[in-house]
Design a binder for this molecule. Structure first.
Ligand code: GLN
Length: 475
């Protein structure tokens, strides 16, 4: 059942939120040992919360548009008292004393957060294999990865445990796992969703967003969590956009550019899916054209300087004093070294070293400074493209879900999983991945629609057209 169907039934009193929560807990218990999707589930708290939603309905009050909807939370989203580990040993045992704004807004909309989902350590990865708590398996084929870093959030929805979950996207971590698990995933415009209570990876790139089976569920969830928050200084002004109201708007008259750089190098099945999605959009009245934005090729290089630079600074706070793990040493410096050596995994250490180097005296201008200039060049290139196009179209990921272990020893090939998603994080714009077509092994693929800042309304409308066209011949 979709999130919106659950909410309709709970709001009308036809179904109790407690029975929905019990079903969810049973579904998690049935498959979690095999798939390793949830790292923490607080059973009693979930049932109490669901009972509170039912009590609202019984009292004649409307709990909200997500009434009784079970939601999975990526384990970098804080909820008071609920363990938050970011897939890292260094945060083992840490329980945040506050709740993320996005989670507070889910609660205000009547949702029932059911637990924390597995993720790549500190969201660094594309397969959920860098988690200190073991890899998550793709429910559609457990020999394969679910993508990452929000792989647990994607697998939770794909396995039918929850209808919707929240992830975070710094370079593609919502859209890529959505594509690999056959789901819709939205990376909102930077600042649309508050980052308050999201454990920081790369603060100028991080955004929280939804993963769901349907465009409507993803849109409703984003609408619930978006909007200005004074607790995040980068939060955009104004209320949340009315996404659900725009779902049926269609694409008649829209100009959509198929971006060569966002399909080049993808598997032939991925190219075919993008072409078929373009046909669906054209049949619905959009004007499709081919465009080239060569600057997007610089994205991966710029990202792997900017994101590690910000991460090296953000992760300095894990010193064995304030959070989680502490490994004893004979003096404070030894304690720091021992804690960080034991607490961080190899990928996080690699990023801290890359970032520290890029920021060090003598190299700052050549690496970090240069990457910032490249970022500006890319933003200008996107602006030129959006002068002639309302939306852009490309692939989400270059391949279908790959085998567990296939890329762990080759960081470069892992980084290339995000070559089509990273440009949107660097520009701060919005993008959505919609399931469309299938790969050589029959696993789902995603196509990506991109739009300028605050284009979420037209993005969900176009995504709904693509979603409805999934069944057409060739798709
Ligand atoms: N895979 C990319 C990385 O490892 C993006 C991760 C993300 O979006 N959190 O940095």
């Amino acid at each position: 059942m979709s999130a919106l169907e659950i909410a309709t039934r709970v709001r009308s009193g036809e179904r109790s939120a407690v029975s929905v929560a019990e079903e969810t807990l049973t579904a998690i218990a049935a498959r979690n040992a095999d798939l390793n999707v949830f790292v923490h589930v607080e059973r009693e708290q979930v049932l109490e919360r669901a009972a509170a939603v039912d009590a609202e309905v019984a009292a004649g009050r409307d709990p909200g548009i997500l009434a009784g909807v079970p939601v999975g939370l990526k384990d970098n989203l804080c909820q008071t008292g609920v363990p938050t580990t970011c897939g890292s040993r260094i945060l083992a045992g840490w329980r945040p004393p506050y709740t993320a704004t996005a989670v507070e807004r889910l609660l205000a909309a009547g949702a029932v957060p059911v637990g924390k989902t597995n993720m790549d350590e500190f969201a660094m990865g594309s397969s959920t294999e860098t988690s200190a708590y073991g890899p998550t398996r793709n429910p559609l084929d457990p020999t394969r990865v679910p993508g990452g870093s929000s792989g647990g959030s994607a697998a939770a929805v794909a396995a039918g445990m929850v209808p919707v979950s929240l992830g975070s996207d710094t370079g593609g971590s919502i859209r890529q796992p959505a594509a690999l698990c056959g789901l819709v995933g939205i990376k909102p415009t930077y600042g649309l969703v508050s980052r308050y209570g999201l454990v920081a990876f790369a603060s100028s790139l991080d955004q929280i967003g939804p993963l769901a089976h349907t465009v409507a569920d993803a849109a409703a969830t984003l609408e619930a969590i978006a909007g200005h928050d004074p607790r995040d200084s980068t939060s955009l002004p104004g209320p949340a956009p009315a996404l659900v109201a725009h779902l049926d708007e269609g694409v008649a008259g829209r100009r959509i550019g198929i971006v060569r750089e966002l399909v080049d190098g993808a598997d032939p099945e991925v190219l075919a899916a993008v072409e078929a999605a373009a046909e669906v959009l054209a049949a619905a009245g959009a004007t499709l054209s081919e465009v080239s934005i060569p600057e997007l090729r610089l994205g991966l290089s710029a990202y792997y300087l900017i994101a590690p630079a910000e991460a090296s600074s953000n992760l300095a706070r894990y010193d064995g004093v304030r959070f989680g793990l502490r490994v004893a040493g004979s003096d404070v410096t030894e304690m720091y070294v021992a804690t960080r050596t034991a607490g961080f995994g190899p990928e996080v250490k690699r990023r801290i070293m890359l970032g520290t180097y890029a920021l060090s005296a003598g190299y700052y201008d050549a690496y970090y400074g240069q990457a910032l200039k490249v970022r500006t060049v890319m933003i200008e290139a996107f602006a030129r493209a959006y002068a002639n196009a309302d939306l852009l179209l490309g692939a989400t990921a270059p391949t279908e879900a790959f085998a567990l272990g296939a890329k762990v020893s080759d960081p470069m090939s892992m980084y290339l999983s995000d070559v089509f998603t990273i440009p949107t994080n660097l520009s701060g714009h919005a993008a959505i991945s919609v399931p469309f077509g299938s790969g050589a092994s029959g696993l789902p693929l995603g196509v990506q629609l991109l739009g300028p800042a605050r284009s979420e309304e037209r993005l969900v409308a176009a995504a709904a057209v693509v979603e409805a066209g999934r069944g057409v011949p060739g798709a």
